[in-house]
Design a protein around this ligand. Structure first.
Ligand SMILES: Cc1cc2nc3c(=O)[nH]c(=O)nc-3n(C[C@H](O)[C@H](O)[C@H](O)COP(=O)(O)OP(=O)(O)OC[C@H]3O[C@@H](n4cnc5c(N)ncnc54)[C@H](O)[C@@H]3O)c2cc1C
Length: 385
């Protein structure tokens, strides 16, 4: 499956933008655990983060394939789109399930980058992957909901104006079904920060600006409820395919970066009087990583094409994410090995990218959960949890 040639200008434009943010920029941020504010501002100004917002709301109205190409090029250029990828897809919940008034209120500001919808509050310390057992509650009180509870791993909360929050509005035992009773809210964190919302950064092995978030009697206006009360789980799930495809594209970009770095090092580095890449023991792992990346790339393209055609792409989006995350990790490991000791040196950027790409087989969904999905929904095997 080949990609439309008209994406070449977008890819080139992303590459040109990324060239202004070379390795030393990312190394400094990595050391300081700082947020890439200048990089995010440049992507926003260029309109890349508004790729999926329809033109009627001021976005670029691009296809999923184009959005995936943007994320892939960012990573393939050695940059890190994880600092802002949520701005591209989190708004999908508002777009698909929000009221006309909510779309008018939020989407144009998000498209212009004036409103940052970067925070996604789903995971909790006790529920983990088992989203349906989350404990944060939102109880209706007049024209507000009162929120109490805690989220963990809420990335970019300090660099976001709005948060998409999933909370329980009906106790589990009273809910109509296993998946009912959860609701989605848009939380304006600018107001909430001094009034019931506390954000605490978590130091992680790579900077993902991730945090713990605490809610103590935080009041959210009832008009910020997205769609119908109690149907929030379905709304969150409906956004997962877009997220999977875009994250998979990031992994493809990472894999391309590692393969490119390893190939050029293997051509140039001379040991025992010949380039190390002349040894099949060095060139075969690079070739293997390339083959794995290309196979994953085909699945990403198929998932994106199905998504664009409005067809069910749950299986393909999950498989694309799985294959791409495995491919980027395999390429990362190969790249370190190809570089020998220099693979560990900060100035080569490989150890940083190695840490960054390790995340993708765990978050935003772990490998086991994808395998469970395919086993149950594609192969008809019994549900395991
Ligand atoms: C850097 C970072 C950023 C993140 N950003 C966000 C964010 O912005 N918003 C958000 O809501 N979440 C975020 N997450 C959370 C992320 O989605 C979860 O970490 C991930 O879904 C796994 O959940 P957990 O860590 O609770 O693992 P657990 O659910 O505790 O699982 C631990 C391990 O057990 C496995 N496991 C659990 N149950 C089963 C089962 N039934 N069968 C087989 N294996 C099983 C899992 O696959 C995993 O490998 C982030 C995480 C990280 C590390």
């Amino acid at each position: 499956m080949s990609e439309a040639a008209d994406l070449a200008p977008i890819r080139e434009a992303v590459r040109v933008l990324c060239a202004d943010f070379p390795g030393d920029y990312w190394r400094r941020l990595d050391r300081e655990r700082a947020y890439p504010a200048e990089f995010v501002a440049a992507l926003t100004k260029a309109g890349f983060l508004a790729a999926l917002i329809p033109e009627q709301y001021g976005g670029s109205g691009l296809t999923m394939t184009a959005a995936a190409a943007i994320m892939e090029e960012i990573q393939a250029s050695g940059c890190n789109g994880a600092a802002c990828h949520a701005q591209m897809y989190t708004m999908g919940t508002v777009l698909r399930h929000g009221s006309a008034a909510q779309k008018e209120r939020y989407l144009p500001g998000i498209a212009r980058g004036e409103l940052r919808l970067q925070a996604f509050g789903v995971t909790e310390p006790t529920s983990g992957t088992d989203t349906l057992s989350l404990r944060t509650t939102a109880i209706r009180d007049g024209d507000h909901y009162v929120v109490n509870g805690q989220k963990i791993w809420t990335s970019r909360a300090e660099y976001s104006d709005l948060m998409l929050l999933l909370a329980r509005t009906t106790p589990r035992e009273q809910a109509k079904s296993r998946t009912a009773g959860l609701s989605v809210f848009i939380v304006d964190m600018r107001q909430a920060k001094n009034d019931g919302l506390t954000i605490r950064p978590i130091r992680t092995m790579m900077n993902h600006a991730t945090t713990e978030v605490f809610f103590e009697n935080m009041r959210v206006p009832a008009e910020n409820l997205i769609g119908n009360e109690g149907e929030g789980f379905r709304y969150i799930i409906s956004g997962m395919n877009a997220e999977r495809i875009l994250i998979a594209a990031e992994c493809i970009g990472d894999a391309k970066w590692f393969i490119d770095r390893a190939s050029s090092y293997a051509r140039d580095r001379v040991v025992f009087g010949r380039p190390i890449g002349q040894n099949q023991g060095v060139q075969f792992p690079i070739a293997r990583a390339y083959i794995g990346m290309r196979a994953a790339e085909l699945m990403v393209r198929e998932a994106a094409a199905l998504y664009e055609a409005g067809k069910d792409c749950g299986a393909e989006a999950n498989m694309a994410k799985h294959l791409a995350a495995e491919a980027s990790w395999a390429a990362a490991d190969m790249c370190v090995q190809t570089h020998g000791g220099f693979g560990f040196a900060e100035e080569f950027d490989i150890e940083r990218k190695f840490r960054e790409t390790r995340l993708y087989t765990v978050a935003p969904i772990s490998t086991n959960l994808i395998l469970s999905y395919v086993a149950e929904h594609v192969l008809g095997l019994p549900r395991s949890y």
